[in-house]
Design a protein around this ligand. Structure first.
Ligand code: SF4
Length: 212
């Protein structure tokens, strides 16, 4: 396997000081055309469509830094953006958490509507998935339907979508098909109580054998 060096391997962090001298040879800022890419990125960030969202997100970073949990930051972003309808794409295994989050949103005056992953009620085999790949083969098992969740929330006219616990990969499809910007409030991890970083902290410890 080729090992391509990148920011992952950097210890210089010249970008954090806006220094162009002594860049690591693999630094993206040293690539041909890099200036044009970063200029274009700034142009897009500052565009009428995206600037308010970016600035408000960054203000929350400052205002809530280290004091408010992600759930509260998410609510704050929704409030500061003034969205009148927010979607919640949630996993059927996290119904309770979805209800708690929605209740909290409503306490903050947010209009939130959820679409659960199983909506559409189609059997997993309709996607070409083998019967033996169902959790319980031999019986109807509703497929997770992230594309359906996105299309339905698009149809309902949500201005912003919150993702709660969609499976790895299913979340990718949701992000692709959602017309509204999305944020993830909870990344599902059935083994760590939805705290994926535990596996990283325990890479050389209790999770050693699970990560091989
Ligand atoms: S952008 Fe360049 S300086 Fe910054 S982390 Fe990546 S390699 Fe290092």
């Amino acid at each position: 396997m080729d090992r391509e060096m990148s920011c992952i391997d950097c210890r210089a962090y010249r970008c954090k000081e806006n220094r162009k001298d002594a860049l690591p040879e693999f630094c993206p800022m040293g690539r041909e055309g890099a200036d044009a890419i970063y200029d274009r990125a700034l142009e897009l960030t500052n565009s009428a469509e995206h600037n308010e969202f970016y600035v408000k997100s960054s203000e929350i970073e400052k205002d809530f830094y280290g004091s408010m949990p992600r759930v509260r930051e998410t609510i704050e972003l929704i409030k500061r953006m003034g969205y009148s309808k927010v979607g919640l794409a949630f996993c059927s295994g996290l119904v309770n958490e979805a209800r708690i989050f929605s209740e909290l949103c409503r306490e903050h005056g947010i209009n939130i509507i959820g679409v659960m992953c199983k909506s559409g009620g189609k059997d997993k085999t309709e996607t070409g998935l083998g019967e033996n790949k169902k959790l319980k083969p031999g019986q109807f098992e509703a497929m997770c339907n992230p594309v359906g969740q996105a299309l339905m929330l698009n149809e309902m006219g949500t201005e912003f979508n919150v993702v709660m616990g969609l499976c790895v990969g299913h979340d990718s499809l949701f992000y692709k098909f959602s017309e509204a910007l999305c944020t993830t409030v909870l990344a599902k991890d059935r083994v760590t109580g939805h705290n994926p970083v535990v596996a990283l902290y325990q890479k050389d410890g209790y999770f050693k054998n699970k990560l091989k």
